[in-house]
Design a protein around this ligand. Structure first.
Ligand code: ZN
Length: 145
């Protein structure tokens, strides 16, 4: 399970719409609260619009960008707990490419952007044998409380 507040959900959606029709990507910063439970405190946007080939089909985070994000997180007492990226005009389901480039333990949030409007947002974890992604439950903030 992963805890995602409304404000971070909105930030991911806005980033995804801003970079449409290209994929956006970024880091999820927060804490590993307990086995099977993560909480997101902040998102760390990384633009994906650079190499022509990478623009449309795949998200790519360079090692130095990941390192910068990890340093930013550490300064705030947070960890990198996962990644997010958008799927322009495709469902919020990880691709084969995503699976081949994923690591265990981290959460992978995918947001679908249909015709420029962010919609479905789902979170995934890769199985430890790297065979597939399993959907992870997202706990939202309770607006009524
Ligand atoms: Zn993807």
């Amino acid at each position: 399970m992963i805890q995602l507040e409304e404000i971070q959900r909105d930030e991911i959606a806005q980033h995804a719409e801003r970079d449409y029709p290209y994929e956006c990507c970024g880091l999820l910063l927060g804490r590993f609260e307990a086995p099977g439970l993560k909480s997101i405190s902040e998102i760390y946007a990384i633009s994906n619009a650079r190499e022509e080939q990478a623009k449309r089909s795949r998200f790519l985070i360079r090692p130095e960008e990941l390192l910068q994000g990890e340093q930013y997180a550490a300064e705030r007492g947070l960890d990198v707990i996962g990644f997010y990226h958008s799927h322009p005009d495709h469902p919020a389901v990880p691709s084969q490419y995503d699976l081949e480039h994923a690591w265990p333990v981290y959460s992978y949030i995918v947001v679908s952007v249909m015709a420029g409007a962010a919609g479905d947002l789902r979170s995934w974890e890769m199985e430890s044998d790297r065979s597939t992604f399993t959907e992870e439950e997202i706990l939202g903030s309770n607006k009524d409380s």
